[in-house]
Each structure stands twice: as structure tokens, then as C-alpha cells.
Write a protein of this length. Sequence first.
Length: 462
Amino acid sequence: MRYYSTRHHSNSPHQALHFDDVVLKGLADDGGLYLPETWPHFSEAKWQSLAPLPYHQLAAEVIKPFIGNVFSDDELAALTQKSYRDFRHQAIAPLKQLDNQLFVMELFHGPTLAFKDFALQFLGNLFDAILEKRNQTINIIGATSGDTGSAAICAVAGKHNQRIFMLHPKGKVSKVQEAQMTSMLNDNVYNIAIDGSFDDCQNIVKSLFADHDFRDGLNLCAVNSINWARIMAQIVYYAYGSLRLGLRDIAVSVPSGNFGNIFAAWAAKQMGLPIQKLIIGSNCNDILARTVQSGIMQTSPVIPSVAPSMDIQISSNFERLLYELLGRDGAMLETLMHQFKQTGRLDLPDNAKKSLQTLFCAHAMSDDEIRADINKTYQQTGEIIDPHSMIGVTAAKLYGGDLPVMAIATAHPAKFPNTITQAINIEPTLPDYLSDLMQRPTRCHDVMNDADSVKQFITQNQ
Ligand SMILES: *Cc1c(COP(=O)(O)O)cnc(C)c1O
């Protein structure tokens, strides 16, 4: 299997890459995102034959066609086994029925209690295996407003061929998330607190990657959700859920930010799973909902919400879907993305808009609506649903129609205790294995809010 950038076209100089290079590279040099040259497709009989497999074995089968000959079957099996062994539920991704046609897929039983563990646990082990073969080391650099940072640090801690430098805005991530990151005391983990905003952190990271001498000299690597391997690993749970529901026609409802999770659902459909409708959930940062309704993608300022992991106005992975909606026309995509960057507005061509609206629908919720529905769901079912997952569950009820819906629960409620307490006046408790989290010793480095200071810190810690 070979990979192309979404901005690839006949007279662009960039070549097709193999899986391992795509994983280490993250973003293509032309600014595009990597996608496989074709989508693997399994017949219904083939899917049926995979139904009895436990999660990690299913993962190896789903991932196999994407990786070419980078790993043997045995190596891949070992990778997926290692990646899901620290999950605290036997099913890894259990489905819970809330109502006649409503199933919640709980993706928060991983080590940091958010669905990002599914992709990042795998990515950490994948980096490890690729670097081992190449006898290389990398420096992972990232910025986080919470969930990505804790999941990435947990995935990389203790790995001898990787160092991770994670920037967060000092005092501006939740207490639980901060403790999850700073209590990892391994030598290869560097938490960097920046006296500024999440955007300041992200801009510093961008400028480090833009300095190509620095980037290449230190083998910098990114773990944000544009990395193809993260999307690939997320296809697996849609397959797992679809098999549990007996390969019936279903809809899927996904609380969305950077559009990585729901794009994986779209990819699962390309692989032959009977997913008939894709429902996007948004908070008050509703750019995706507006795009689906109007065919016009237009940014507005980011507003902080009670579902902070979705406080995003530029959903990077939407570029992947757009490329597909344009019939894989990389030249046209490049023109449109360039316009979007210049003006903050992108008008979908008519046929792309039609295809988008045929498959996708979207629902946006205010903070008040989210809190009210957390309360209502608790009264009706006894389930405490985190604010992100709540958006997916509500959207599922509104837009599922006659189809059974699988609503994706992306985080454990105890990660967002303030909002849950406001909604139901009960403080959600952390699972037993994390009950001492707030008492654990921590380590964190304060670094000045500028790229040069961060560069210096990273160089000194090689
Ligand atoms: C990251 C995150 C999301 C958004 O997922 P995307 O793949 O960026 O769309 C939703 N909920 C939670 C809890 C998250 O951590």
C-alpha cells in the first residue's frame, strides 16, 4: 500500500510514500495529509468471519491491508496485543444499550480515560517498532489542552527510543488532566508549562516544525490527530461495534473536534461496513455543523465550552473528507485550502456539498443544553455521561431515524467533574486504579512563552 498527500497532483514534486515513512512524517511537505492510495474492502463474508475475534486480533486484521510489508503478521499481532492490554474492560470497547435503538460505545476504559488512548497507545508501540528496525530515536513535540497530552505521554513513557516534550498552558488544563500528565516521572517525559494560552503553545510547536534544520537535526515527530496511524487505529472500534450489532445497517454519532474520529467511521464504511449515516456532534464551536448545513466552511473565534476537547474552529481532518468528496482532485483541494487559509471561508462545490449532505448530518449544542441533557439522561437511565459524549448521545436521538445508532462516548465523566457536578450535583469518581492520582508526586518544567526558550530547553535535554 502506498500513500499520497491530499494535495498531491500531476505536477507536484512529492512522491508516494510507504506506511512507515508516513507514520514518522505526520504532515506532508506540501501541507496536505496522507491517505492510502485505495481503500481496502472486505466482503460481508470476510467481516462475518472476523466477528468472533477479540479486539486486539480484530485490530490486526483491519490494520493489515494498510501497512504493506512493513511488519510481518506476527509482529503486527504483537503490536496490537501490547497496545490494548492496559485497558480496564474485558471488551476493550464495550457497547451499552441505553434505549431501544440507542447503543453507547464506551471508549474510555484506556489508561487515561479518553478515546485517544485507542490511537495513541498503538502509535507509541508503532513508533517503537519502526525505530527499532531503523535503529533511530525521535523527539515527539506537541501542544495540548488536556486529553491528547495525557494520552500521548502515557503511550510513550519509558520507551527508550522516544522522548516526549509536551507543552500545556500553565494552570489552564483541568486538575485531573494536569495530574495525569505531570505524574509520569519517566526520564523520557518532559512536561512544559507555558505562561500563556493553548494557542501560544500550539504556535510555538508550529514554529519549531517550521525550522527545518531544527526539525531534521532532532528528528522531531508530531502525534496530533493528523497522523495517519491514529485514524487507522480508530477504524477498528467501528468494525468491532458493527460486528457486535450483527452487521445491521446502523448510524454512528460522534462528538467531533478535529474530525479524526468521525473520519475513521467514514473509512470503516469504505471498508465495507454497513454504516448508513454519520452524525456529527458539535458544541458552541459549530463550524462543522454549519458546513454540513450550508456547504460553506467559515471560521469564527473559538469560544471556551464545557466540552473543551472540541473547542476547535479548524477541523484539520476535514481536509481528508473534502479530498474524497472532490473525487480525489488534489489540485482543486489545494486551491480551496489555500483560499480557506487566506480568507477563513471555503465554499464547497455543488456536487461535494450534495455528497456531504447525503451521508452526514450534524447537531450543535450550547453548554446549557449539554448540562440539561446530562441531568435528564442520569434521571432516565442512571448513567453519568461526560459532556463530550452527551453531545453524541443527544445528536443520535435526534437524527438516528429508524436506524439503530452507535453513539461514541469519548471520555470518562470523572475527567470533567465540575460540569458533572453542576449538572447532577454528584461528583463522579475516578476508577480505582486512578483513585490516588491527585496525591501522586509530579514533575513539570516552567519555560518562557517563546519559541527560542523552548528550543533551548529541548536542545539541553538531549
Ligand atoms: C479529542 C476529543 C474529541 C474530538 O475528537 P476528534 O477526533 O478531534 O474529532 C471529542 N471528545 C473528547 C473527550 C476528546 O478528547
